[in-house]
Design a protein around this ligand. Structure first.
Ligand SMILES: *[C@@H]1O[C@H](CO)[C@@H](O)[C@H](O)[C@H]1NC(C)=O
Ligand SMILES: *[C@@H]1O[C@H](CO)[C@@H](O)[C@H](O)[C@H]1NC(C)=O
Ligand SMILES: *[C@@H]1O[C@H](CO)[C@@H](O)[C@H](O)[C@H]1NC(C)=O
Ligand SMILES: *[C@@H]1O[C@H](CO)[C@@H](O)[C@H](O)[C@H]1NC(C)=O
Ligand SMILES: *[C@@H]1O[C@H](CO)[C@@H](O)[C@H](O)[C@H]1NC(C)=O
Ligand SMILES: *[C@@H]1O[C@H](CO)[C@@H](O)[C@H](O)[C@H]1NC(C)=O
Ligand SMILES: *[C@@H]1O[C@H](CO)[C@@H](O)[C@H](O)[C@H]1NC(C)=O
Length: 914
């Protein structure tokens, strides 16, 4: 009922109004005489501005249409245009302006009008509204309501109170140009462009706008978009326009885009469809990633400015007609156009998979990823061996370009929010040892990795089971007779198989060792140089025996290097006292010289009893340790067993141990280490430990990190030694020392009290080493009074007041202000690492990240990080090659395997494989 009533009123109303208007026109004395409402509104307007424009009048009952008022145009007695731009008008705009219902144009720009803008609601004929360059103080809500004819609007340069773009504007469906620059617009750009389909020109620069480009903008017809230089209010909250520029790629009619000086992030979108684009200003944002090559093909582009972003990849090159601003800022691989190093190109594809995160864009600069790039480690040939993206909050997907790093050993992607699948191409990586994708949101199937790759996939509910991958392959390739093809066998069966395999290999080994020994004795006196190819023949011999003995050949090539005792005796001058380099928890270390003049370090284990560990386990352990290769770990070159003795051969580190450099006695031969040297040593050690910890989830733990286990090469780059030796020590129940396998002063509290071992034990010890680097003091110094004897407690107590840092740093250090800041940060890290509660300690990846940024800060002035890396021998694993020594490269791989699977239940097993 009510609706019907309203309906009839609705149809009757306009009709009556129309009749009334016709009547008015007919009875008015002359065509063109002024509408009285308009006249009185004009009087009110005139009264509120000064000076009065020429021929305007404020006398009662003026005639704005008849008197030739300057700037006023009437049609049929109605005011349709008020155009008074640049007329030096002061005063205010009277609210009666809203009574001029026929008004089509209001142009008051470039005056000194002030006060509050009145509402214009209801001016349904208003097409042009120009109020810019005045002193208006505020704009009412509802200002645009009902202004459905608006085409051109300008409000630029008014000191308005903060306001937001009202939703009413969405109904101004004829808008073509809207400019509201420098007029205190705040808030977000409304997602209202579905209603503004004719809008071609939008200018909102120099305001306080925040938030993203709304999705509906992608459907608009905007040709010129000016959103540059959004300002910041204060220092808190979200600021400036942000998010990606992706929506621009569908705005194919764009010709000018100014979005500079905001907080846009992500990659520059593909603008190849925007063929009208002339001017693209992207500078001063947080844009990352590689500039799309298709920008070069835009036919009309004349200006491109991308400076001060975080762009990566090749320096832009866009042909002769384009003015390109690309510097300063950015992380381009080169400072000139030209392709990047292939490794950089491939790593950037990895970053692209993650959506070009800002952290990577900041840290991956230059054209050499082996030069301290975050999360990346290389070998000495510059091949990428280690990618650690664990716990970086990375989204996106895993790029299959990772498969191009053919030397990759370890790939860590755990604890992120990655989606998509694990690229099958990763299974082709020939050197891969570990891939950890646990705790993501991956889908699809796990590719079939080689059997000896450790694949960690837990915490991905939608990831297909990895049944086909490791377990079965591992079992079958051991060649164990009782192991069927497949991972479904019972535990009992498996352990039987393992025992069987172990006993076979042990017996084979004993036989072989005996044969080898006999053979060696026989050939001992052969002339020098005639043994080239010995290894080969030994291998063949070995192979034959194994075939004969068991009917099954498991001979697989490894890099195993057995070194005969005689050679070690010769190299070390029969283990002479003069050759002793040091004594450690695990034995005496001798310097040795090979016949070719190169040096080695020989560690002669102190225990002569075999303990529980038989020869096979020792050998198996060696096999594992020999695979642990990293630039910052001392490489194991070979081993020897002689009667009950066990010896290990390592690369020789000419500059001795860190403790020799750090805790200098009066007669010390070494000059004090500079702060930068200490910092770089800390980073080296952190990287070495990070790698160790990554090899098996929490099981490869050093347990005895301390300065005497940190060795230095000629460039004072550090390598960690003695990792894994705990496993080689005899299992002596009476000895707390070996079971605890640590050194007082470096022992994490929970380890000392419960014996419980996690990687956090090493993190603690690393924190202690950092403290020693800072203070030059030993972890435990008996010569000091009780309250400062224990370095960790003393330093943690002292540094509660940060100002005190100067009083604790090593007096041998010559420091400037920047160094002090840097030392404070390292002290903070040390503090963090030595937290009492293991869970509060960071992981080594965190330590690496902190130290990388600190090392990076002084790097430009320091010489050549890269050369330093090249002199180290991370991956160069020289084959033992004594002229008349014995070497054979072929070993039972099965031993290694059976050992690993047999011990996989032990939580702290040193295990690289499955
Ligand atoms: C403007 O219009 C309103 C109603 O529409 C009226 O009340 C008011 O008197 C008018 N003002 C002038 C100055 O004509
Ligand atoms: C809007 O502004 C443009 C540019 O100043 C002008 O060319 C056009 O005529 C204006 N349109 C209307 C309807 O006023
Ligand atoms: C913004 O407008 C004010 C006047 O309201 C003016 O003084 C200032 O120069 C303008 N700023 C810019 C960046 O145009
Ligand atoms: C763009 O327009 C299309 C077709 O009119 C519509 O389906 C789509 O939802 C629009 N997109 C947005 C983000 O408004
Ligand atoms: C820039 O945007 C990011 C989110 O994209 C935000 O975390 C950051 O605080 C913003 N920075 C500034 C200065 O507004
Ligand atoms: C390592 O790098 C060298 C060149 O620097 C290359 O020839 C070699 O193939 C790489 N090795 C691997 C395993 O990728
Ligand atoms: C994982 O991805 C699926 C879709 O692929 C989604 O439904 C789910 O919410 C995601 N889970 C998490 C924890 O992000």
């Amino acid at each position: 009922m009510a609706a019907a009533g309203m309906g009839s009123a609705g149809t009757l109303g306009p009709l009556l109004l129309h009749l009334f208007l016709c009547f008015l026109i007919l009875v008015s004395p002359s065509i063109g005489s002024t509408n009285s409402g308009d006249a009185s509104a004009m009087t009110a307007i005139a009264l509120s501005i000064n000076p009065l424009p020429s021929r305007w009048s404020t006398v009662p009952n003026p005639d704005p249409c008849g008197g030739g008022w300057n700037g006023v145009t009437c049609v049929s007695g109605r005011v349709t245009v008020i155009a008074l731009q640049g007329a030096s008008l002061a005063g205010r705009l009277a609210p009666e302006i809203a009574n001029l219902s026929s008004l089509q144009t209001l142009a008051l720009q470039n005056n000194q009008l002030g006060g509050d803008l009145p509402s214009l609601a209801g001016l349904a004929n208003l097409r042009e509204l120009y109020l810019g360059q005045n002193g208006f103080r505020s704009i009412p809500t509802g200002f645009f309501s009902g202004l459905t004819s608006l085409i051109n609007v300008s409000l630029d340069h008014n000191p308005l109170a903060l306001w937001v773009l009202p939703g009413d504007l969405a109904k101004c469906s004829n808008l073509v140009r809207f400019t509201a620059m420098n007029c205190s617009l705040g808030g977000a750009i409304p997602d209202f462009f579905d209603g503004l389909l004719t809008l071609q020109y939008l200018r909102l620069s120099y305001n306080y706008m925040v938030g993203p480009l709304p999705p509906s903008m992608g459907n608009s017809s905007i040709r010129e978009l000016y959103l540059n230089n959004e300002l910041r209010i204060g220092n808190s909250g979200p600021e400036q326009l942000s998010g990606t520029l992706d929506v621009l790629s569908s705005m194919t009619q764009l010709s000018v885009v100014w979005v500079q000086s905001n907080n846009f992030s992500g990659a520059v979108p593909d603008l190849s469809g925007c063929t009208s684009l002339v001017d693209l200003q992207l500078r001063d944002n947080q844009l990352t990633g590689v500039l799309p090559q298709l920008l070069a093909s835009l036919p009309n582009l004349r200006t491109l400015n991308v400076s001060n972003n975080l762009l990566q990849g090749p320096f832009p090159s866009l042909g002769p007609n384009v003015v390109v601003g690309a510097t300063p800022g950015n992380s381009f691989c080169n400072s000139q156009p030209g392709p990047c190093d292939q490794r950089v190109t491939d790593l950037l594809k990895v970053a692209e998979g993650f959506g070009y995160p800002e952290s990577l864009a900041r840290a991956w600069r230059g054209n050499n990823p082996c030069n301290g790039w975050l999360h990346v480690s290389c070998d000495s040939q510059g091949n990428i061996t280690f990618l650690n993206f664990g716990s970086q909050n990375l989204g996106g997907s895993i790029s299959d370009s990772i498969a191009s790093f053919t030397a990759l050993k370890v790939l860590k992607l755990e604890n992120n929010i990655l989606t998509g699948s694990v690229p099958p191409s990763l299974a082709t990586l020939p050197q891969l040892q570990v891939i950890d994708v646990s705790n993501n949101n991956l889908t699809g199937d796990v590719p079939a990795f080689r059997p000896n790759v450790k694949v960690i996939t837990e915490g991905n509910p939608l990831l297909g089971s990895q049944s086909g991958g490791g377990g079965s392959g591992s079992a079958s390739s051991t060649g164990s007779p009782s192991s069927p093809n497949g991972g479904g066998q019972s535990k009992g069966l498996r352990s039987k198989a393992v025992i069987y395999a172990v006993s076979i290999t042990i017996s084979v080994l004993v036989v072989v060792a005996g044969l080898v020994y006999l053979w060696y004795k026989k050939h001992k006196n052969r002339p020098k140089g005639s043994l080239a190819g010995n290894g080969h023949s030994a291998g063949k011999f070995y192979h034959g025996q194994s075939n004969g003995g068991h009917g099954k050949a498991h001979v697989v090539e490894t890099e195993s290097t057995f070194v005969p005792m005689q050679e070690l005796q010769r190299a070390t001058n029969n283990f002479s006292e003069e050759n002793i380099l040091g004594r450690g928890g695990f034995g005496v270390v001798y310097k040795g010289e090979k016949p070719d003049g190169t040096f080695i370090a020989v560690k002669r284990m102190e225990w002569s009893e075999m303990g529980k560990q038989g020869m096979s386990e020792f050998k198996a352990e060696i096999e594992v340790l020999k695979k642990v290769k990293h630039r910052h770990l001392v490489a194991l070159l070979g081993y020897c067993e002689h009667r009950n003795e066990k010896l290990l051969v390592y690369e020789y580190m000419p500059q001795g141990t860190l403790s020799q450099h750090l805790f200098r006695s009066r007669e010390s031969a070494y000059p004090p280490l500079t702060w930068n040297q200490r910092l770089s040593i800390a980073l080296d050690v952190a990287r070495g430990l990070e790698y160790l910890h990554s090899l098996a989830q929490t099981s490869f733990i050093h347990r005895d990190l301390k300065p005497s286990n940190i060795l230095l090469d000629n460039d004072l780059r550090a390598k960690v030694s003695d990792f894994g030796l705990v496993k080689l020590a005899p299992d002596d129940k009476n000895s707390l020392q070996t079971r605890l396998a640590g050194t007082f002063g470096y022992l994490a509290p929970e380890y000392a009290s419960t014996g419980k071992v996690t990687t956090k034990v090493d993190v603690y010890a690393f924190g202690v080493v950092l403290m020693e680097l800072i203070t030059g003091r030993k972890a435990l110094d008996d010569s000091l009074p009780d309250e400062s004897l224990h370095l960790v407690s003393w330093l943690r107590r002292t540094l509660i007041n940060r100002e005190d840092i100067r009083n604790v740093v090593d007096a041998n250090l010559d420091l400037d202000e920047e160094d002090i800041i840097c030392i404070s940060k390292v002290a903070e890290l040390a503090n963090h690492c030595t937290s009492h509660v293991p869970q509060q300690r960071p992981d080594m990846g965190h330590a690496v990240n902190v130290l990388v940024t600190l090392v990076g800060q002084w790097k430009p002035s320091s010489s050549n990080e890269e050369d330093d890396y090249n002199v180290s021998h991370q991956e160069s694993f020289p084959q033992w090659n004594f002229d008349d020594g014995l070497s054979f490269n072929n070993q039972y791989q099965s031993m290694d395997r059976s050992h690993r699977s047999g011990t996989s239940a032990k939580p702290d097993m040193l295990s690289v494989g499955r």
